[in-house]
Each structure stands twice: as C-alpha cells, then as structure tokens.
Write a new protein. Structure first.
Length: 209
C-alpha cells in the first residue's frame, strides 16, 4: 500500500488535519506560501504528513492558493468559509470530516516546515499505547503542535469557540495528557514573524548544504 512517498502496511487509525486557513495577521502576508529552497512552507508540512502512518490527511484551507498546492497531493481538501471566527472552526471541520473509523485526530499547523514524519509517527505510537490520552509535543518543558486528540473528545471539540483551539479541552483534561518529547527544537519551529522566516531560510539552507 502506498502512503505518500513511502510504502507501508502500517497505517494507523489516526486522521491528520493540517490547519491552513489562518490569516497570518502578524506578517500581513500569506506565510504558508513563503518559500524555503523554492518550495512553499505548507508543502513541507503536507509532504511529511504523507510520509507518516496517518490513516488520511485533511487540509483545511481558506484561500484557493493553498488549495492549488494541496491538490497536487493525495489529501482531502476541506474549505473553511468561517475562518474569521477563529481556529476553532478548523478543528470542528477536521473532526467532522475525519474518517469514521478513526480513533484519534491529530491537528497540525501549516507553518512548521521542519516538522517530520518521525515526530508524527512517534506521537501515533504513544497514542496507540493508550488511546484515551491526548498526546502533545513537548520540547524542554514547553508544549506545542501537533496535538493528537482521542475521538472520544470529538463532542468537546465541536463545542469550542473562537481562537482558543483545543487549549480549553487540554486545560480541563490534564489527567489525560501524555507529552511526546521531541529532541530536535526545529521540528516544532513555527514561522509567525518575518524574523522567524529569516531564521527558517537559514535553517533550510543549512539542511540542503
């Protein structure tokens, strides 16, 4: 069976959702289209997710420019017409459109160009060891993305509002949280500012050299 760029018989029961419908207000530009070594940031995220054991990959988008890039890959495209409401709408769409047999939903952000399939697979493995847990990446004590929610919390995810994302659910379910520790800081690096983008370009150039 083919999954993205690799062959595997080890698909998981986890749906992956790439949230790519934000407004990049801090940069006043669509940051997901910014290029690193000639490839848009969002494309890095899509490619790595497809190398992983995710059962399927959904891309929640707002702009046609993002859709055009994602359409080149075997992903499920989900339009978000209410993105202005906040990140909660992306989470709801991800839950609503996830595979009916999925036991978990992993939410990824589109601005982490150095996220790797190894991290994604590591999170899946931790989740499979205890499918009741919320698996969150952590680097030196600081939590970040991706986050993997068990499907038993789908109802709670449907109820969130605004731009809180899943933080409120995590806050009220700390006993369910299992942190997945990442050793490589750049895997969780977000491009949120122009300064971040400059750092990302240097990192990407270093990887290519």
């Amino acid at each position: 069976m083919q999954n993205g760029n690799i062959w595997t018989d080890l698909f998981s029961e986890v749906t992956g959702v790439i949230m790519a419908s934000g407004f990049s207000r801090r940069m006043n530009s669509q940051k997901l289209l910014l290029e690193l070594n000639g490839m848009p940031i969002i494309e890095y995220v899509i490619r790595e997710s497809l190398k992983s054991r995710l059962k399927e990959v959904l891309v929640v988008y707002r702009e046609d420019s993002i859709k055009a890039i994602a359409a080149n890959y075997p992903v499920k495209l989900i339009h978000n017409p209410d993105a202005v409401i906040g990140q909660s709408e992306s989470l709801k769409l991800g839950v609503l459109n996830s595979h009916k047999s999925a036991k978990g939903v992993m939410f990824m952000v589109g601005d982490q160009p150095f996220m790797t399939y190894r991290v994604i697979d590591g999170m899946i493995e931790k989740f499979e060891a205890d499918p009741q847990k919320i698996v969150i990446t952590s680097y030196q004590g600081e939590r970040g993305n991706p986050v993997l929610f068990p499907c038993r919390l789908k109802g709670a995810l449907h109820l969130i509002t605004g731009d809180k994302g899943g933080k409120e659910i995590i806050k009220h379910n700390e006993d369910l949280v299992a942190e997945y520790f990442i050793e490589d800081k750049k895997a969780g690096f977000d491009v949120d500012t122009w300064e971040d983008y400059e750092k990302a370009k240097k990192t990407a150039q270093g990887q290519e050299s």
